[in-house]
Design a protein around this ligand. Structure first.
Ligand SMILES: Cc1cc2nc3c(=O)[nH]c(=O)nc-3n(C[C@H](O)[C@H](O)[C@H](O)COP(=O)(O)OP(=O)(O)OC[C@H]3O[C@@H](n4cnc5c(N)ncnc54)[C@H](O)[C@@H]3O)c2cc1C
Ligand code: SF4
Ligand code: SF4
Length: 373
């Protein structure tokens, strides 16, 4: 295991946050608060900072688990057999939810929401860490414990969600004994699923690798493909919006596939090429090299699939077991039953996921090279 002598949050301040590489996943703060150290907090700008430097134990765990440091990468790759360029996978599908209510609110085929509904309704998990909309442009983490709550959180929010910070505070809120009894009687949460971007999943995997609470509560991960995130405020920036004829108030749905797709109130659809939205990506996203969410149990995205379907990459036996059960119980359906069709489509789906993964890795390398110069 990695040695972390002499490393502390100060290293994250200089090497990650100071270089604009922090993706605001909240992992460092989550670790620090869940373990009762409480030296860190999320500042008003959304970035982690010292709340009380005196309390810092200088253990350097926050540095190891940060998805933007290279620490523990080799161990993760080995553990998950993550091969270039999209990690390990055992199956791929185009699929969708069978539930009309889910399909109405989902980003793509609603597979994520229906898989989580299945897990909750079959008591395999106590809740799912997902994102909910806050105000017109923002989003934040929440724990959904029923299909109704999941429906409120379906869809995709392209600004980051600080999911891991939620995990930390949920765990901590269960920590004092009396509260634990009360909270567990009320919520009885021991097993959670996590939906997240690659940076969020990577932080939790690093914590699991080191047996750090609260990562032990996460028993299943659904990873979203991710080229970048951005805020709707960035989209609305005058020059950008004018150049691409976007009126932010008229957007009813945002989706990223092989381009940014904006559905407008008028019914028209604006397609913005990816190299254009790269201009408003956070610098941390430009330096991030994981597109396919290599360390998730199941990875999902829209690319490669028809409108109304989700592309699903099954990565391991746990992913396969849960996906097959949800399929068998009728929560989701595959686009094709016939083996031949499936085979042709599988090759196509894998090729397109690889294309985007390679593109993202090249972009990250170029950005990191530019930081060294
Ligand atoms: C920031 C971001 C970038 C993405 N980039 C791509 C891309 O480049 N190419 C591609 O093919 N697909 C991308 N996706 C994935 C895609 O938008 C869909 O989320 C995915 O296809 C699942 O669709 P669904 O209908 O099955 O999910 P749904 O049933 O609609 O469920 C989506 C789930 O994701 C959760 N969620 C939404 N936003 C976030 C967030 N910011 N962080 C964590 N969880 C969140 C929701 O709460 C919900 O549980 C991206 C998603 C996000 C959030
Ligand atoms: S762990 Fe996440 S929030 Fe903390 S410094 Fe790293 S990227 Fe930023
Ligand atoms: S590109 Fe996606 S996974 Fe990478 S830092 Fe940005 S939000 Fe996280």
């Amino acid at each position: 295991m990695e040695k972390n002598i002499g490393i502390s949050f100060n290293n994250l301040l200089t090497e990650v946050i100071g270089k604009d590489l922090c993706n605001r996943c909240g992992g460092c703060v989550s670790f620090c608060s869940a373990n009762g150290i409480n030296a860190l907090e999320i500042g008003e700008d959304g970035y982690p900072k010292y709340s009380d430097q005196e309390k810092c134990l200088q253990g350097g765990i926050c540095y190891l688990i940060c998805p933007q440091t290279k620490r523990l990468e080799e161990e993760l790759k080995q553990k998950f057999d993550a091969k270039f360029p999209i990690g390990n996978w055992i199956d791929v599908f185009s699929a969708r939810s069978t539930d009309i209510d889910v399909k109405k609110v989902a980003t793509d085929g609603g597979v994520v929401t229906s898989l989580l509904s299945y897990l909750i309704e079959s008591n395999k998990i106590d809740g799912a860490i997902v994102s909910k909309r806050i105000g017109a442009c923002g989003n934040g983490p929440t724990i959904a414990t029923s299909k109704e709550e999941l429906l409120e959180t379906a869809g995709s929010y392209y600004s980051e969600a600080l999911h891991l910070d939620k995990l930390g505070s949920e765990y901590k809120s269960c920590f004092p004994v009396i509260k634990v009894i009360r909270e567990s009687a009320k919520k009885n949460m021991k097993k959670l699923a996590l939906v997240g971007t690659p940076c969020q999943i990577k932080a939790i995997r690093k914590m699991q690798l080191m047996n750090i609470v609260p990562s032990d509560m996460v028993i299943f991960t659904i990873g979203l493909f991710c080229l970048q995130c951005f805020t709707l405020e960035d989209l609305a920036k005058k020059e950008f919006a004018k150049l691409h004829n976007i009126c932010i108030d008229d957007i009813v749905k945002v989706n990223i596939k092989d381009k940014l797709i904006l559905n407008m109130k008028s019914g028209i659809c604006i397609h913005v090429p990816l190299d254009v939205i790269e201009k408003i990506a956070r610098p941390a996203c430009i330096a991030c090299d994981d597109f396919a969410n290599d360390y998730a149990d199941i990875s999902v995205g829209g690319i490669g699939s028809d409108e109304g379907f989700t592309t699903v990459l099954i990565r391991n036996s746990l992913g396969r077991e849960i996906y097959s059960e949800a399929l068998y119980k009728g929560y989701i359906e595959n686009k094709h039953d016939k083996c031949m069709h499936e085979k042709v489509e599988s090759n196509y789906l894998i090729d397109i996921i690889k294309e985007f993964a390679i593109r993202k890795k090249a972009r990250a390398q170029a950005r990191l090279n530019s930081l060294i110069k």
